[in-house]
Design a protein around this ligand. Structure first.
Ligand code: GAR
Length: 220
């Protein structure tokens, strides 16, 4: 079970459908975790904005296309204004400028649809099929300068079946994502994942905690 260390002020960054965002918000609410959602920020008009507002979370667009060169600075200003403890990148499809954001990397966690370090970047499900890989999955990780790099917080996997297509894999992996992203936030809240040397690290003894809580989530 989760024993909380402190109340966390969380910002969620999105770019699209927002299903991971919803899983985070709903799980935090269902388990009454001590989280305040400061805002949902998107880099473009997208489904996630309306979905966040429907859940009574403030949502705003920092429009990348309209802002052009000033986009990253505007985004940084917006994030600094909210001053969050934790920033969840939930399908946020922007490569952040390390010159501007490096000080914030330590408070960011990202979800990626592959078993990192395999298949960084885009089109992960198709690449898994093309390369005949037998196991696929999702990763939540700390953010660092390299794209889809940074210490791994949590991973979950599925076997790749001969009948799988990129679409069936996307569906199956998304189910895993909806477990491991909220679970990773729960791990931060309960001190199983801690901020150390400027990134989030799993503590040595956290494996049983992850197993127990992953099972608990699955059974609900
Ligand atoms: C998710 O599959 C997430 O892992 C991926 O974008 C999708 C967003 O879906 N993120 C990345 O590829 C980042 N490298 P959602 O908007 O429904 O949460």
């Amino acid at each position: 079970m989760i024993h909380y260390l402190k109340k966390y002020r969380v910002l969620i960054l999105v770019s699209g459908r927002g299903s991971n965002m919803i899983s985070i918000i709903e799980t935090c609410r269902r388990f009454e975790w001590p989280v305040t959602f400061l805002s949902v920020i998107s880099d473009r008009p997208c489904e996630a904005i309306a979905k966040a507002r429907n859940l009574s979370i403030p949502a705003e667009v920092v429009n990348r296309e309209k802002l052009g060169k000033t986009f990253q600075t505007e985004l940084l200003n917006k994030i600094n204004y909210h001053n969050p403890d934790l920033i969840a990148l939930a399908g946020f499809m922007v490569i952040l400028d390390a010159n501007l954001f490096s000080e914030l990397f330590d408070s960011m966690i990202n979800i990626h649809p592959s078993l990192l370090p395999m298949f960084k970047g885009l089109n992960t499900h198709q690449r898994v099929i093309d390369e005949n890989v037998s196991v696929h999955g999702a990763t939540v990780h700390s953010v660092s300068q390299g794209v889809d790099e940074g210490p791994i917080i949590c991973q979950a996997s599925i076997p790749v079946m001969p009948s799988d297509t990129k679409d069936t894999l996307a569906k199956k992996v998304l189910v895993l994502e909806h477990f491991i992203f909220p679970l990773s936030i729960g791990a931060v809240l309960s001190g199983k994942v801690i901020r150390e040397e400027n990134v989030w690290h799993r503590k040595d003894n956290c494996e049983p905690w992850f197993k127990e809580n992953f099972k608990l989530f699955y059974e609900i």
